[in-house]
Every structure is written in C-alpha cells, then in structure tokens.
Design a binder for this molecule. Sequence first.
Ligand code: HEM
Length: 557
Amino acid sequence: MAQSMLYSWPTFVFALFIAVLGHFLYSGYVSRSRVNRLRRAGLPMPQWNWVTGHLLVFKHHLSRYPSDTFVSVIIADMARQFPTELFYLDLWPFLDPALIVCSPEAATQVSNTLNLPKPRLYKTIIDPITGGPNILTTNGKEWKYWRSLLNPGFASAHMLDQVSAIVDSVEIFCDQLRKRGDVFRLEDVSTRLTVDIIMKVVLDLDLDYLRVSHPLADALLKMISWSSFGNPFYRFHPIRPFIIKYYGNVMQRIVLKELNKRFEEYTHRKWGSSIDSGSDVKSKSVMALTVESYKTDKEGKISKLDSHFATFASHQVRLFLFAGHDTTTSVLVYVYHMLHEHPEALARVRKEHSKVFGTDPRFAAPKLRDSPALLNQIPYTLAVIKETMRLYPPSGALREGVPGACLSDLNGTQYPTNGCIVSQLHYAIHYNSRVWPHAKSFLPERWLVDAKHELYPPPGAFRSFEQGPRNCIGQTLSFLELRIALVMTVRIFRIRPAYEEWDGLKEERWIKRVLKKYGFARDEKSSINGERAYQVEKGGAHPKDGYPCKIELLETA
Ligand code: HEM
C-alpha cells in the first residue's frame, strides 16, 4: 500500500505538471491564433511571430527607457508608428491581446457609445485590495445600484461642505513642510495628506496620518506594495496571498468598526439633526450619505447595519482609500514640479491667489473656511492642474472587448474588440498632436480660451478622469483638494526638485560598488529626455524616487 502511494505521488505530480503546462500552452495558442487572425485581416500591429508575439518589439522599446518607466510611456512610444491611432498588441503570457486606443474619437466609442464592460483583470488586481466587488470592478446592475447610492456623497454642492476639514489637513501638511530643511521625498508627505483627506471625507475618520502612523493606512500601503501592478511576477510570489490576506483583514476590521460607529451615530442623531425628519444635515461623510440613501431605498426599514450592506460598503471605503490617494498625490507633486519649471505660471498662480484670498497668505485658511465658493474664482490655478494632468496622466483605463463590438478609426476601418483588453492609453491620447496643438508644451491657457480658439481642448481628448458613465466619481473632490493645497502653499513655500542631492545621499549597495570597480557597472542617472522626475510604474504613474525636493520658506510666510 505504502509502496503504491510512493509510486502514485510522483505520477500525480507529473500528471498535474503536464495538465498545467498543457493548459498554459493551449491558452497561449488560443491567444496567439486570435492575434494572427487580426494580423491576416491586415489590421495594424507591430512585427509579430508565433513564439514571442510582440514581446521582443516591446523589449526593444523598453530598452530606450529606464527600466522602471511607466508602461504607458513605452506603449505610447510604440504607437508613434501607427497613424491609425489604434493597433493591437500581443504580450501574452503577461496580458491578453490588447487593442491600444490612442485617439480621442475611438476612446469616446469605448466609454460612451459602446460603454464596454470593465475587464476581469481588474478583479484579479483590485478586488484583493478592496476585499471584494466594488464600483471600479463590477458591471451592469450591481455597479449601477452602488454608483447611484454613492453619487450623492460626491456631488459638488456636498463637496464644498468638506472644505473646512480639508483645510485642517492642509494646515498640518504645511506644518510638516515647514519642518523639512533636508532633502526629502515630497510624495511621502503628500501621500499622508491625501490619505488623511480621503478618510475624513469618506468616513469622517481622522487618521492623523500626517503626524503619526495608522494601521489602516499602513496596511493599505503594504498591500499596494505587494500588488501586481506593473510587475506581473508579483502575482506569482508564493507568500503574496498570505500578506494580502493579513493586511486585508487588518483593513476590514477597522473599516467595519468605523462603519458601524457611523451607523450608530446616524441612528442616534448625533449629526446635529434628524435624518428621519428629512432635514438637511451638513458636513456628513460620503458613507453617512450612502447609509442615508440606502435607508431611503429600503423605505427606512433598517434599524441596524445589515451585514450584506456593511460588507459591500466596506469594499467601497477601501476602494476610495486606494483610488483616492494614489492618483491625487501624483498630480499634486507634478503640479509643484510644473510650477517650478514654469516660473511665469507660478507668478500668475500666486497673483491669482493674492487677488482672491488677500495679499497675506496666512489668511487663506480662514477665508477658505468662511467662503469655500471662493475656490471657483481661481480659474488659472485649475487650468494649471488640468494641464499638469494632461502631461502627466496618473493612469489609463482598461475595458473588456465583447463579441460584435468594433471600434472604427478615422478612415472607417473596423477593429474587433472581442477577446481583447481595450486599453485607453491616456498618455498617448494626451500627447496626440493631431488634436492637441503644441502637445508637448505646458500651456495652461488652453483651458481658458473659448471654443473657437485653436488651443481649445477637443471633446473626448482629456481623459485623466475618464469619460462617460464610468468616469471617476472622485474628480470633484480631487480638484477641490488640489486647489486648496495650492492656495495654502504656493505663496508660503518655494519647492524645487533635488535629484542631484538625492543621488549623493543614496547608499550604494556593495555589489554595485564591486561591479563598478571592475568596469561591469556604471553610474546611472536615469532620466527621460533630461527629465529626472519622469513617471515610474507604481500602481499608477508616480514621479521617479517620489520627487526628492528641497523647501524654502518665502519671506511673505
Ligand atoms: C487626480 C485624481 C484622480 C484621477 C486621475 C482618477 C482617475 C480615474 C480614472 C481614469 C478612472 C476610470 C478607471 C477605469 O475606467 O479603469 C477612475 C475611476 C474611479 N475613481 Fe478616480 N481618479 C482620481 C481621484 C479619485 C478619488 C479622490 C476617488 C475617491 C473617492 C476616486 C475614486 C474612483 C472610483 C470609485 C472610480 C470608479 C468609478 C466607476 O467605475 O463607477 N478617484 N478614476
């Protein structure tokens, strides 16, 4: 008996190995055959072969850039050879065949005309962070129900009620910046700011992460660092599932506890007025308003937070924490960078703030608290933010192709989407010189001219928040916090990049020192076209090395 078991175990393992290999090769064959059919139909794609698909072409383009470059930048480089602004890319086994979209017209077909579903790939990557289904990854009725419950919490009018809470966080951000005489990574402090803000706005929870660590935020950042964004090998790391599970539980415990607390406060009317009486209550968190919509939906018949609602709501809170901090942080840091690179724009922003908030920058905070609507009177600042987001889009957007759905290019050629990931490449669309005159230049003015002006942004071309029904639910909040942060900082601090100093501070590993000594390695100052703060792959796109910088306090402060 024991002997037959010994005999059967290796056989079993071998059979399993053959089955897994067979499945792998078969799915590779299916994937490559699909691309081959598209190739034979004459649709645009780079040089292709059965064994490597487009991997070698991709590698060739990658070799022109630092190895950590944001992947959209590499694919946009490949896109330059396709005037069709649409092409197929076969990176199996790392990704299903992809239809790359670099034209605003085709992107509008994806998001508005066809409204293609979100891909299954999102579930694999995002759901472990959020703990389960959420409005970023679900489709159809499930998505619609939750989006309609959550929308009121993000409405513009309600967001203005959050200004005071955001100002409080930005004041602490300023205190932290004041303390920094050294070279430091601006992104680290900015991340703490956006995490604090998102939790206040979404859950009315003050993490005070700008000053101290917090298990919720720490768990989120740990989970992100263990996720497979940008590096597909992470997906196969043997201890990754345990790490994700552990930190997921930490997050879930805290979020559920806070949600229950909010519900208790809600039912005991601690928010200052009665929900049941139907009166308006100001300064409520997104989740408070969601509970309110839910209760209305159930005709008021809930007396405790039911576990189905609580679980799903906790996924949304975790999603907001994830989606709401990463992108906004990246934009904030790049806005400071652009203002440093364009002193004339910085001078104009400062002048605009002095005109609206008074010449003494110390009074900006009380003015904002008293009259949040003043934020609508700084159009040039908003234009600077949008232009920065055009040049440094923090993400892109993926959809799943479906049978019968085709995209058409400007010549009317049809591109089947079935079996493909449809990738709206924000980076390539934002640098598309057919639709953006002077596409590489930083021109905030293009956001201020009237519709007849040649610089006027064409419809569908600015996609940082995506467009159509699945656009970003948090865009009003992001514009709000970015403007508040700028109003409260640009007249107080001078922020400049400090990559050279940072290079000097970095500890070189002993192995690199040895290799350099014998001529096998050299100093690498990675940059793209001289830009040290290039976008690197890290979930979304982030400035290289977290933007090492130095801060000076201005005399007016
Ligand atoms: C500058 C900041 C931001 C940028 C650039 C950004 C970008 C985007 C993009 C491109 C999408 C579409 C993704 C896709 O279709 O694959 C999206 C969706 C989404 N964003 Fe944002 N986002 C930002 C801030 C926020 C904030 C602050 C929140 C938090 C509340 C948030 C929450 C979401 C959610 C929940 C969705 C999914 C919406 C849906 O499918 O119904 N985002 N965002």
